[in-house]
Design a protein around this ligand. Structure first.
Ligand code: GLU
Length: 486
């Protein structure tokens, strides 16, 4: 490993388990992981579940499974352990209270005993209006008395009233805010749980996070977090805020990627037939580009080598389903036969009746699908005899007409009925011989049969391949039907 790498780098992914794994979150996890791994550093998963009202059961498992499925493996976190655990915030409640009290002692935070009614009265009819710092300067005696009486309290951050707070974001550059705009935000709530605004700072510090990588919705609240670092006397981390991931609707309007643009979660994309490798490759490029290269294909290992913060873009990226489809088709093509079969055979088993040669059918589709979800439509002609128009029998190049096709089908029917071997090669040899014997163009014979057995113009394979898939009985029966219809 070259010496200019910063192996001490430590990043984290800190999702709130509030639902499915949004593609935007997955990209944040991926970038955070790659920023660290490209330097030989460490990566943490931390579950931020202190907002008990927004918790969704099972959501943390979905996050963990998604990271597993995509190869984003964490060095510390739930299930893996590590010296800085626990990695689930609800299990760290006592730690936050202890640290909040330290700030009370040093004069950077204070107890607030305001009742809900009082706070409500500060809001206008729209619910806006900040806290008026009523408890900021309570006397020591008053505080002690209230605590002794067991009055419910929150702990608030004591913001400086003048001056500005700034930091330099690795993507967006300098961010500055007037301290007068900062609210004395709550650090510890009345239920004893900390707020995100406070506990993530404590955790990032205690867990040794050097680079905080997250969505840019936190860009302007980060000065408040910087003030917490300063109050504790801790060194601030580097901040890497990532641009939003957008989606385009049918009218071409661009907005934050959501369900109405299509699948917006990792699991939905997988259900739609996309491969995790293709999803990862595609989203890696939604906000990052390789240095001095136009290469688009990257495995996770390659990304771990070439990813770098300086090639992150601050322009929002638009998620393009067409582009993902293209990546996916390339990834499906590249799958070794055995891996492809392992994915395709369960689908075949579910969709195909017993007489179909599923293995052959699956193989025919290997280079012809861009998502596994397309299979159902692609093989509809195998499962059902589709209604068809006679014009399909007309083909200029092979000089076929419905009339000629009828003759060909009548002539070759007995030959096919006598066939003993029903695989592609044997059928091909048989029909070649038949063409020679009847002095008909092989192309015309193949055309007539392919249309008769497939009952559609475009097929994933030639006449003999389709017959192999359908089996002898079904193929012969379809040819008989075609003759009757012609
Ligand atoms: N739990 C926060 C979220 O999911 C994490 C933000 C951060 O990474 O600091 O938005």
């Amino acid at each position: 490993m070259s010496s200019d790498k910063n192996q001490n780098i430590k990043t984290r992914f800190a999702p709130s388990p509030t639902g499915f794994m949004h593609i935007g979150n997955l990209r944040t996890a991926l970038y955070s992981y790659l920023i660290s791994k490209s330097q030989g550093g460490k990566f943490i998963l931390r579950i931020e579940d202190t907002d008990q009202e927004r918790l969704v059961e099972g959501a943390a498992d979905v996050i963990i499974q998604t990271l597993k499925a995509t190869g984003i493996d964490y060095d510390e976190g739930p299930g893996v352990g590590g010296e800085n655990g626990p990695y689930v915030q609800s299990e760290r409640k006592e730690i936050y209270l202890e640290y909040a009290k330290k700030l009370v002692e040093s004069g950077h935070a204070y107890y607030c005993f305001c009742t809900a009614e009082r706070l409500k009265s500060l809001h206008d009819e729209n619910g806006f209006g900040g806290y008026d710092r009523h408890c900021r300067d309570l006397s020591k005696e008053e505080i002690e008395k209230n605590l002794a009486e067991g009055k419910p309290y929150v702990i608030r951050q004591k913001m400086p009233l003048t001056g500005t707070t700034s930091y330099v974001d690795e993507v967006y550059g300098e961010v500055s805010i007037d301290n007068s705009e900062l609210q004395d935000q709550i650090m510890i709530k009345a239920d004893g749980f900390p707020t995100y605004n406070f506990c993530h700072v404590v955790d990032d510090y205690l867990m040794g996070v050097t680079h905080v990588v997250r969505g840019n919705e936190y860009l302007t609240s980060t000065p408040k977090y910087c003030l917490l670092y300063d109050a504790f006397g801790w060194e601030r981390p580097h901040y890497v805020h990532l641009p939003l991931l957008m989606g385009k609707d049918e009218e071409g309007n661009v907005s934050k990627l959501s369900k109405r643009h299509g699948a917006a979660s990792f699991q939905d994309l997988v259900n739609d037939g996309y491969l995790p490798e293709a999803i990862i490759n595609y989203i890696a490029l939604l906000g990052w580009s390789p240095k001095e290269s136009t290469e688009e294909f990257f495995t996770m290992d390659e990304l771990k080598r070439v990813f770098s913060i300086d090639m992150l873009s601050k322009a929002p990226s638009v998620f393009d389903y067409e582009k993902l489809r293209w990546f996916n088709s390339e990834y499906i093509k590249k799958l070794p036969d055995n891996e492809y079969e392992a994915k395709v055979m369960p689908i075949m088993d579910e969709l195909c009746p017993g007489n179909i040669n599923k293995k052959k059918l699956g193989a025919l589709l290997h280079t012809r699908i861009s998502a596994f979800s397309e299979i159902k439509d692609q093989i509809a002609f195998v499962i059902n005899r589709l209604p068809m128009g006679q014009e399909l029998y007309t083909n200029k190049k092979n000089k076929t007409t419905p009339e000629l096709c009828k003759i060909i089908l009548e002539e070759c029917l007995p030959v096919l009925c006598d066939a003993t071997d029903w695989d592609n090669d044997s059928l091909f040899a048989l029909l070649k011989q038949f063409s020679a014997d009847t002095e008909r163009k092989a192309g015309a014979v193949m055309w007539a049969i392919r249309i008769a057995v497939a009952r559609q113009g475009i097929t994933p394979g030639g006449a003999t391949e389709i017959m192999e898939v359908l089996g002898k009985e079904e193929s012969v029966s379809r040819i008989k039907q075609a003759i009757e219809e012609l």
